[in-house]
Ligand binder design. Structure first.
Ligand code: HEC
Ligand code: HEC
Length: 357
């Protein structure tokens, strides 16, 4: 079940096969494809990765949670599904038991991992289990699936890690593993991450994005980005529409706060109901509206300067330094990314040459 990984920019050797797969079609094909579309697409970087073509999978649909018997395994998976889709109600900041208030905001995992973690290019979590433990560039060390999940707890959910072996962690892992039922270990499904649309050859523009926001997002996410709460007086029912900035949102260290991730997510999933077969925003509008969202204030996270100890593995759109390449925080945040990518590749090549005897 190996697939393109987004968290480790440059995986160690044993992931060479994944990297080959991720690197996509042969260069000649990409060049041919880019030169074919380039004349009609002014403003897009020539060295951008080709837009991920819809791939045809072996027939696969998510397994049905409701089909499981009411035994220990079935209960754990159901509990995991509930934690995933209604996180706020079980480990949110307003739950009755203070010890269970692990999340710092009232989001649900499924607000970002759409359709309970099964939507293509909606940050799905199927087909993951064989990928962990994996090298995490952010930690500079191996990370287990538990660790990966905790990094969403401390960043996307702006909270604290779930204790190892806690019932909640076990249930979430049981659910994530269950989603891969019936997938052979070497199966490669498509649709991982949030997509891979062409890059702009200019910086994404929050001012232009503000206009797109007013047209395509504001009526749901609101002028202050705060979304629409659904909770009643007694029951925590989370959000009708989740916040995308401000105190109730993910913090600055979250993956969704990186422009390439959020711009693709928005292109392939927003306005709510869009999908990769039917995007509603143009590529350019998606970059600019995402820039507008990341330009807004959100919760801070201490210690971000310690992320990605090997700076050459730091994703180019990480909006906080330090960096290895001398480009400004501003350019890392909004692009253009082409020149940064080229500089990083050069530094990597120099480092590799230095190591040779
Ligand atoms: C604000 C959006 C958001 C929320 C909420 C969120 N995540 Fe994530 N999650 C992401 C993003 C973005 C990534 C990919 C990050 C990257 O590329 O580094 C990710 C990655 C992951 C991964 C690894 C996926 C992979 O492809 O390797 C797992 C597992 C995961 N999240 C689980 C969870 C769980 C469980 C919750 C709820 C407790 C949660 N996430 C809440 C945005 C979110
Ligand atoms: C019709 C209402 C609607 C519109 C319009 C809309 N969204 Fe959303 N958005 C949602 C809902 C609902 C979710 C949560 C998805 C879920 O739980 O299935 C969401 C989730 C998100 C998320 C991830 C969750 C989070 O809390 O960060 C982002 C980012 C986002 N939207 C950005 C945008 C942007 C940018 C636009 C405009 C281009 C937009 N949305 C337009 C309803 C909408």
């Amino acid at each position: 079940m190996h697939r393109a990984r987004q968290i480790s920019a440059s995986p160690p050797l044993r992931f060479a096969s994944i990297r080959r797969w991720r690197s996509g079609p042969p260069v000649a094909a990409v060049v041919a494809c880019l030169s074919a579309v380039a004349p009609s697409m002014p403003g897009f970087a020539q060295n951008a990765p080709a837009q991920e073509p819809p791939k045809v999978d072996r027939t696969w649909t998510p397994p049905e949670v409701g089909a499981l018997p009411d035994d220990a395994f079935g209960q754990a998976v159901r509990r995991g599904r509930d934690l995933f889709t209604a996180t706020y109600a079980h480990i949110g900041p307003d739950v009755a038991d203070p010890a269970k208030r692990y999340a710092g905001n009232s989001l649900a995992c499924a607000n970002c991992h759409l359709q309970a973690g099964t939507k293509k290019f909606g940050l799905p979590v199927y087909g993951l289990t064989d990928d962990f433990p994996a090298y995490s560039a952010r930690r500079g060390a191996e990370a287990s699936l538990d660790d990966r999940l905790d990094s969403c707890m401390t960043r996307s959910m702006n909270g604290r890690p779930l204790p190892e072996n806690s019932a909640e962690m076990q249930a979430l892992v049981a659910y994530i593993k269950f989603l891969s039922t019936g997938l052979p270990a070497d199966e490669k499904l498509s649709g991982y991450g949030s997509g891979n649309m062409p890059w702009l050859d200019r910086a994404a523009d929050p001012e232009r994005g503000k206009v797109v926001y007013a047209r395509a997002c504001l009526y749901c996410h609101g002028g202050a980005g705060a979304g629409i709460p659904r909770s009643g007086a007694i029951t925590d029912l989370g959000y009708l529409v989740p916040p995308i900035w401000g105190p109730g949102s993910f913090n600055e260290g979250a993956g969704m706060n990186r422009l390439i991730t959020i711009a693709n997510f928005v292109h392939y999933n927003m306005p709510h109901g869009a999908d990769y077969l039917n995007p509603q925003l143009s590529v350019e509008d998606a970059w600019d509206v995402a820039a507008y969202v990341v330009s807004q204030a959100r919760p801070k996270k201490a210690g971000l300067e310690n992320d990605f100890p090997d700076r050459l593995l730091k994703p180019i759109d990480t909006p906080y330094g330090p960096y290895a390449d001398g480009f400004s925080e501003q350019q890392h945040k909004y692009g253009p990314f082409g020149p940064i990518k080229a500089a990083i590749e050069k530094l990597k090549a120099e480092k590799a040459a230095d190591k040779k005897p």
